[in-house]
Design a protein around this ligand. Structure first.
Ligand SMILES: Nc1ncnc2c1ncn2[C@@H]1O[C@H](COP(=O)(O)OP(=O)(O)OP(=O)(O)O)[C@@H](O)[C@H]1O
Length: 649
């Protein structure tokens, strides 16, 4: 391994230029590997063929269950009308008693028992329909969540920006939950809303067409009210949801930043943003309520029992008087059955918003499921030599219209440490993430042992390349499972050895449940402690190539020292790519690559760059006056000593 003295004498481990490497690709390939072809053109992430194109396609896995639920609901709806018919029949059978005549008791009891039986059947079938639709709901939720998680495993890791992570959280948690109404309730509700009125109208038409038409007048008026009440609901729902989301975001920002807001005296302004969002939400809510309340009130009034009774009584009386109807008994089916029509229609009306919300949720779930994924190859496992060089060859990368990397070429020699430095936004993290294949370059390629990462199955790539990023989030599983994430078969001895090397063993010993402590529940770890857990994970994984994203801010000296000791244990013998935010931590690197505006502008060792560079000396001077410099420099000394002690050569 290079020391300060000899790094100036030998060529730096990384060879970088603003153009393609001058060495042909096969010269950098590990022995035994094939010469590499010209950089492959970028294969655009493709929209997956199995993405559901429509709502019907999304519901396809549970279609048989939904059909069964609809059939059960239809029969239950029909059975639900039977008791009403029995009441009408019973009235006819009991009528002779009014005029002192003989009542056919057996027939009357039969009608009663038919009504009771139909009622019981209705309840049973309703229960069955609802159970089947809820089963479909549970199955669909599980299928969709599995599909979303599978898709998330294949989309470029660079896709997980803050916005997209919000979309995922909403799709997996909220939207899959919102599908509940669509699957578990709307099929049965819609079936009832069609079958009950259709059965009743059919029965009434057999009795008298004119009275049927009269009975339907309030029902049609109610439907008109429903139409008015739900006019423009889709657009309003989108506005309402947007306003609610803004209010949620401002509330979270307000609460998250409360310390800064208070200490910098901007409480009034921050509170103003919250008030504006709340007023906007209030305004939208009121406007929506105002526009829909007239129609909804009209619908409720038209479908109320009072209106229905009044209509049949007045119109029936007139038809009786005109001689169209023979007697008051002929009015009975219309009075009794007319009352049964509105209930399923009202249920549909009341749940219309939930139905629309569920459709919106289904669209968002489909959006996540249609997310293009990074092309991946299958085939037999590829074992890369552990001492293989890593090359960036003419790599260009863009985020939309922003060019983050522009024709970067760079080689990491095996067993060396290469540091990426440069001003903020110069492309350091982007370059490091391309090596972990968070995304693919738009031009050029990244290779290990001469093999394009796009030609490596993902499992083989991640068996070779490990990373510790500063913003790793704890997984809500036991500390044991957090550490052995990459090697689930590791025993406790191995886990503890990694924990000891990563200087996190003390933390585990302090916890009553030790390795069984669930992170976030039994163990609340500091940022530095969790970073050391992530390092223990990387030590156990033992990948030959390691990407380290250093902490951006100075941490306290004790933690810094522990962190550096942990990194020393991790980085010995590895091919290291370090994204350095503080230059002192990497001044002993075998090669320091200076990026600016997405291009490599300087490269060398600390000493050569200080002597010959332009940007590096100014970055160094700025860094030297920064906070935490002494601790960082001391830490770098320790890391340098640690790597020296583990020189693979
Ligand atoms: N997800 C993203 N979407 C759009 N642009 C991005 C995204 N991530 C980074 N960029 C842009 O790409 C460029 C390079 O960013 P990158 O994070 O790689 O720089 P960096 O040198 O690591 O910065 P820092 O030192 O501040 O972390 C910047 O212009 C940045 O604004």
């Amino acid at each position: 391994m290079a020391s300060d003295a000899d790094t100036t004498a030998r060529p730096p481990a990384g060879t970088a230029s603003g153009t393609r490497p001058e060495t042909p690709p096969d010269e950098t390939a590990a022995p035994g590997t094939e010469p590499t072809p010209d950089p492959a053109p970028r294969a655009e992430p493709a929209a997956p063929a199995d993405a559901p194109a429509s709502l019907a396609a999304l519901l396809r896995p549970v279609r048989p269950l939904l059909s069964l639920s609809a059939v059960l609901a239809a029969v239950s709806a029909f059975a639900g009308v039977v008791p009403f018919l029995c009441v009408v029949e019973l009235a006819g059978e009991l009528l002779p008693a009014v005029s002192g005549g003989e009542v056919d008791r057996a027939a009357a009891w039969r009608t009663v028992w038919i009504a009771v039986g139909a009622l019981g059947l209705r309840l049973l079938l309703m229960l069955a329909a609802s159970t089947v639709s809820h089963l479909a709901d549970v199955r669909l939720a599980a299928t969709v969540r599995r599909a979303v998680v599978r898709r998330l495993g294949r989309v470029p890791l660079g896709w997980f920006t803050e916005r997209n992570s919000g979309l995922v959280k909403k799709a997996v948690q909220d939207d899959v939950g919102s599908l509940h109404h669509l699957v578990a309730h709307s099929v049965t509700e819609m079936t009832w809303a069609i079958v009950v009125p259709a059965t009743i109208v059919g029965y009434l038409l057999l009795h008298d067409v004119a009275m049927t038409v009269v009975t339907l007048v309030p029902v049609l008026a109610g439907l008109l009210g429903l139409k008015v009440a739900t006019r423009g609901t889709s657009e309003r729902l989108v506005e309402y949801a947007g306003s609610l989301a803004r209010l949620g975001a401002v509330t979270v920002q307000f609460v998250d930043g409360i310390a800064e807001v208070k200490s910098f005296g901007t409480l009034g302004r921050a509170h103003g943003a919250y008030r504006e969002a709340a007023e906007d939400f209030d305004g939208k809510h009121h406007a929506w309520m105002r526009s829909s309340s007239a129609g909804a009130t009209f619908m409720e009034l038209a479908l109320s029992p009072m209106t229905l009774l009044l209509t049949t009584a007045v119109a029936g009386g007139a038809l009786l008087e005109s001689g169209h109807l023979d007697g008051p008994l002929e009015l009975l089916p219309f009075v009794v059955l007319g009352l049964a029509i509105p209930a399923p229609l009202l249920a549909l009306g009341f749940n219309y918003h939930a139905l629309l919300a569920a459709r919106g949720a289904a669209d968002r779930v489909r959006e996540v499921l249609s997310e293009p994924e990074l092309p991946s190859v299958g085939g037999p496992p590829v074992t890369l030599p552990s001492d293989a060089p890593v090359s960036f060859e003419g790599v260009t990368f863009r985020y939309g219209g922003t060019t983050a990397l522009d024709d970067v070429s760079l080689t990491l020699e095996p067993g060396t440490m290469t540091a990426l430095v440069g001003p903020s936004g110069s492309g350091k993290s982007t370059l490091a993430k391309l090596l972990a294949r968070f995304d693919d370059p738009v031009a050029g390629r990244v290779t290990i042992a001469g093999t394009d990462l796009r030609e490596l199955p993902f499992p083989d790539l991640y068996r070779h390349v490990g990373f510790v990023f500063q913003d790793t989030s704890p997984l809500r599983v036991s500390l044991r499972d957090n550490i052995r994430l990459a090697r689930p078969d590791a025993d406790d001895g191995e886990v503890l050895r990694a924990a000891r090397a990563a200087r996190v063993e003390d933390v585990i010993e302090r916890l009553p449940k030790g390795l069984d402590s669930i992170v976030g529940v039994d163990a609340v770890l500091s940022g530095g402690e969790y970073q050391r857990v992530a390092i223990a994970r990387a030590i156990l994984a033992d990948r030959p190539v390691l990407i380290l994203d250093e902490a951006t801010s100075a941490v306290d000296p004790d933690n810094e020292a522990l962190l550096q000791e942990a990194l020393n244990a991790l980085s010995a013998d590895k091919t290291l790519l370090v994204v350095a935010h503080r230059l002192h931590t990497v001044r002993h690197a075998d090669s320091i690559v200076v990026l600016d505006g997405g291009r490599v502008v300087e490269q060398g060792t600390h000493d050569t760059l200080l002597a010959d560079g332009t940007l590096y000396p100014s970055l160094w001077r700025a860094d030297a006056s920064g906070p935490g410099t002494d601790a960082a420099a001391e830490a770098d000394e320790r890391r340098h000593d640690g790597r020296e002690g583990h020189d693979p050569a």
